[in-house]
Design a protein around this ligand. Structure first.
Ligand SMILES: [Zn+2]
Ligand SMILES: [Zn+2]
Length: 224
């Protein structure tokens, strides 16, 4: 399974000129060229910038309706191009081609429908957990069955006392999650970084290296 990050930024990147160094589009990802997670407003701009083709997108799924993750014009354009929107509820399960996708409620209550996805292609399993603070108990139970990669929310850097910890993770929360999940999950990747709560991408990579946590950047392709 292949994941390509179209965007890795949080909502506070809105209005920032894409020309600034270290720019991040709103968080969105493509699996194996055919499954798109989160039709946010930047999807087409990003696909053009990084040469990530969207012409074979067959299914579009959405974590939640916050405007950095869902844009109706983007969705309509993808649907016009032949994609189908698969509207997951929470605790839903669908088979899409060779993929089995399970959705679980996320701790992201500023949006009532927020969910995370376990995506299996029959060989590898990817858990996509943006947005959300920490993980719920039933997510832990599912992850105990094993996963090859987890993509975790890291909106907040190492800013102490930030009120957003009740809807997003800071870096210490990510480190703690890894300590508890590492018997079951092979690789840890962070995404959804806020502009105002992080330094440079390079600095963040350096910070997370000791804990074997990878940092996503726009245009990055990883093999799960
Ligand atoms: Zn977001
Ligand atoms: Zn959100």
């Amino acid at each position: 399974m292949k994941i390509q990050f179209l965007g890795t930024g949080a909502a506070d990147w809105k209005g920032v000129p894409p020309s600034i160094p270290g720019y991040r589009f709103f968080s969105s990802a493509v699996i194996d060229d055919i499954l798109l997670i989160d039709p946010g407003p930047d999807v087409f701009l990003s696909s053009e910038k990084f040469g990530i083709s969207l012409k074979d997108i067959k299914w579009v799924i959405n974590t939640h309706s916050h405007e950095d993750h869902f844009n109706v014009d983007t969705l309509n354009r993808l649907v016009a191009g032949g994609a189908e929107f698969i509207d997951f509820g929470r605790n839903d399960f669908r088979k899409l081609g060779k993929y089995e996708i399970r959705s679980l409620a996320a701790n992201h209550s500023t949006c009532e429908d927020a969910k995370h996805f376990m995506i299996s292609d029959g060989q590898k399993k990817l858990y996509y957990a943006l947005d959300g603070s920490w993980l719920m108990y039933n997510e832990y139970v599912l992850l105990k069955e094993g996963a090859d990669m987890i993509v975790l929310d890291a909106t907040i850097g190492d800013v102490p006392g930030d009120y957003r910890i009740f809807e997003h993770n800071n870096l210490n929360m990510v480190r703690e999650l890894r300590q508890s999940l590492k018997p079951y999950v092979s690789r840890f990747v962070i995404s959804h970084m806020a502009l105002t709560l992080h330094g440079s991408h390079e600095l963040l990579c350096e910070k997370m290296k000791a804990d074997s946590i990878e940092v996503a950047c726009d245009g990055l392709t990883l093999t799960v």
